[in-house]
Design a protein around this ligand. Structure first.
Ligand SMILES: Cc1ncc(COP(=O)(O)O)c(C=O)c1O
Length: 360
């Protein structure tokens, strides 16, 4: 790899962090000799008002990653069944397996969609202690409606549902309303993505009843630092920042898609905030990744995602306009240096790749 490596493999916010958050964090550092508030203090009150829920409907975690761990520990016993829908964010499966839970995977015939019928079938057949839904789904951007999730939650009241909305746009209502109505649903959100605070590790869940109480009982009391709480609180006030991020992500995804979709054997199959999946035909993802690496461009092999092993996709977390243009140039050069194989790709070839990656 060259020294001026551009890393598109990490799912981060290319707009950075809000300036007000950095200032608030610096101020909070002065009280580093103190433990943070056990209940996230003012952040709890502010988020409750923001979402229109009561403060006791919230739980805080060291990122959504910790909330996933808490849910697994609180809701499942070793040997219990837990449902996930692949492909999805890998943490659910990792935490469940570490805890000794039995992971039930739901596969859709079309890996770019979440299959509500099969999900429902698996819930009925296995009566799991927990189900993990990533909405919108990382990495495919597939989604379910509030009506779908409400139906599932009511049909399977003994199952606890974690709805991971880490990738949702913060100003969207998402499934917060469902979580505040249904006692077996917790929605999880993060300050890592649109708010640009991934390094400070702040996530929160919204829910109620014994579902939330069990997670709260498993939560270490000082799991979110005062610095992180202060930064998140300041970020909440900066609505203009998340609006700008949304606009920048949409512009960059649009520009990148326009270039990549015009290349032979290359197409964007999903886009979620600033993260895109590019499917390749006529050439392996591996050789494209190698070719990009020699140009100082690192992307992620999407075949690492269970359920996308045969998809021949690379995952790209877009950066700024200049970096993204360099990546598009790199892809273009690789496509044109291999015109025979890449040029031979057709829409139907992409289609069969999709179907081959499905397993029921
Ligand atoms: C779907 C999903 N859930 C959870 C996380 C982890 O978020 P956090 O940084 O809040 O731990 C990510 C991070 O990429 C994610 O994409």
């Amino acid at each position: 790899l060259t020294s001026d490596l551009l890393d598109f493999s990490l799912n981060i916010n290319p707009c950075g962090a809000p300036a007000a958050s950095l200032e608030a964090a610096a101020r909070a550092l002065r009280d580093s000799h103190l433990y943070p508030p056990r209940d996230a203090g003012e952040l709890r009150v502010a988020l409750a008002a923001w979402h229109g829920v009561t403060p006791d409907s919230l739980i805080f975690g060291c990122g959504v990653d910790e909330l996933i761990k808490l849910a697994v520990h609180a809701w499942t016993q070793p040997g219990d069944a837990a449902v996930i829908h692949v492909p999805t964010f890998p943490r659910y499966e990792i935490e469940l397996r570490c805890h000794g839970a039995r992971v039930v995977e739901v596969w859709s015939p079309d890996p770019w969609r979440l299959d509500i019928a099969r999900l429902s079938e698996a819930l009925g057949a296995h009566r799991p202690a927990a189900a993990f839904l990533c909405l919108p789904n990382n990495p495919t951007a597939a989604n379910l409606t509030a009506v779908d999730v409400t139906r599932l939650a009511r049909a399977f009241p003994a199952t606890r549902f974690a709805v991971d909305e880490a990738m949702a746009y913060p100003l969207d209502e998402g499934l917060v309303g469902v979580a505040s109505r249904e006692p077996n649903v917790v929605v999880m959100r993060t300050f890592s993505k649109y708010y640009g605070l991934a390094g400070l590790r702040v996530g929160y869940g919204i829910g109620g009843g014994s579902t939330l109480a069990a997670m709260e009982a498993a939560r270490p009391p000082f799991n979110v630092s005062a610095v992180a709480v202060a930064a998140a609180l300041a970020a909440l006030d900066d609505v203009a920042f998340v609006e700008r991020c949304k606009q920048v992500f949409a512009e960059e995804v649009g520009r990148f898609r326009a270039r990549v979709d015009g290349l032979p054997g290359c197409r964007v199959v999903s886009a979620l905030s600033n993260v895109v999946l590019v499917q390749l035909a006529g050439v392996s993802a591996e050789s494209v990744m190698d070719g990009l690496a020699t140009r100082g461009l690192r992307v992620r092999d999407a075949r690492e995602f269970r359920g996308l092993e045969e998809s021949n996709c690379i995952r790209i977390s877009l950066l700024d306009a200049e970096a993204n243009a360099r990546l598009a140039d790199g892809l273009e050069e690789l496509c044109h240096s291999n015109p025979e194989s890449l040029g031979a790709a057709t829409a139907s070839q992409f289609g069969s790749d999709h179907r081959r990656s499905a397993k029921c």
